[in-house]
Design a binder for this molecule. Structure first.
Ligand code: MD3
Ligand code: FE
Length: 225
């Protein structure tokens, strides 16, 4: 047995919290470990299955979505909007788990937005190859409320463009357990998620669907009304 070795110097801790831009905070690993979140997502999907929504333009999103909470984000040929019932079942969306609410509120506080009361959690499911083009989140009644986004599973490449789509994007790698908090002057910014890359090797611990393969989930907490 080797002798236990004394630590000679302490390495500088990796910055776990980073101000990406004014009012945009990245909290690395804030939601880790994510196994309990994945179990809660699977329970939500048992009631309100993931579906690839139609866009007003006639396309179909590559990201599949579900929701929990009082309001759910929905899209079809008629437009983008919040609905109190899942159009698939005509039932209310599943309740927001207490652990989701607590996580979103704690992250918002860390990001400088105390008192966040989300009434919607959009659950996005990315398969390898899925993506989300540059857009702004604009369907909420009061844009003074922040947004909290939780990344789970396979890593994603996220772009933050800022006030216009044409601005050079700031690129971020989002890993399992990372949380982003946005609000204030950043609330109306353009953002996008690049095509999800296939994992190298067998990706232990990554959520996986027997038919769809390895996955990324994103929880987006918003105050819709
Ligand atoms: C930047 N989802 O569902 S939210 C979405 O990874 C969406 O699935 C992303 O964009 C995903 O609409 C992560 C990150 C986000 C949300 C709102 C923002 C970034 C934002 C508002 C302004 C600027
Ligand atoms: Fe968005």
């Amino acid at each position: 047995m080797p002798e236990p070795q004394a630590q000679l110097f302490a390495p500088a801790p990796l910055p776990r919290e980073e101000l990406i831009a004014t009012c945009v905070t990245l909290l690395r690993g804030f939601a880790a470990p994510t196994a309990a979140l994945v179990a809660a997502i699977e329970a939500i999907a048992a009631q309100a299955p993931f579906r690839c929504l139609q866009t007003p333009g006639g396309g179909t999103m590559s990201v599949a979505m579900s929701n929990c909470g009082a309001w759910g984000w929905h899209s079809d040929r008629r437009g983008y909007r919040y609905v109190a019932q899942d159009p698939l079942s005509a039932q209310a969306w599943p309740a927001m788990p207490a652990a989701f609410l607590g996580l979103a509120q704690a992250a918002a506080l860390r990001g400088g937005f105390p008192g966040f009361e989300p009434d919607c959690c959009l659950v996005n499911r990315y398969v390898v190859g899925a993506q989300m083009g540059a857009h702004r989140d604009f369907d909420e009644l009061d844009m003074r409320h922040p947004i909290v986004s939780v990344s789970i599973g396979l890593p994603a490449r996220f772009s933050w463009h800022g006030a216009t789509r044409r601005e050079p994007a700031r690129k971020l790698a989002l890993h399992d357990g990372d949380v982003l908090v946005w609000g204030g002057e950043a609330r109306a910014g353009y953002h996008a998620v690049s095509r999800l890359a296939a994992p190298v090797g067998d990706a232990p611990g990554v959520p996986r669907d027997p038919e769809l393969g390895p996955l990324r989930y994103n929880l987006t907490f918003r105050r819709a009304r």
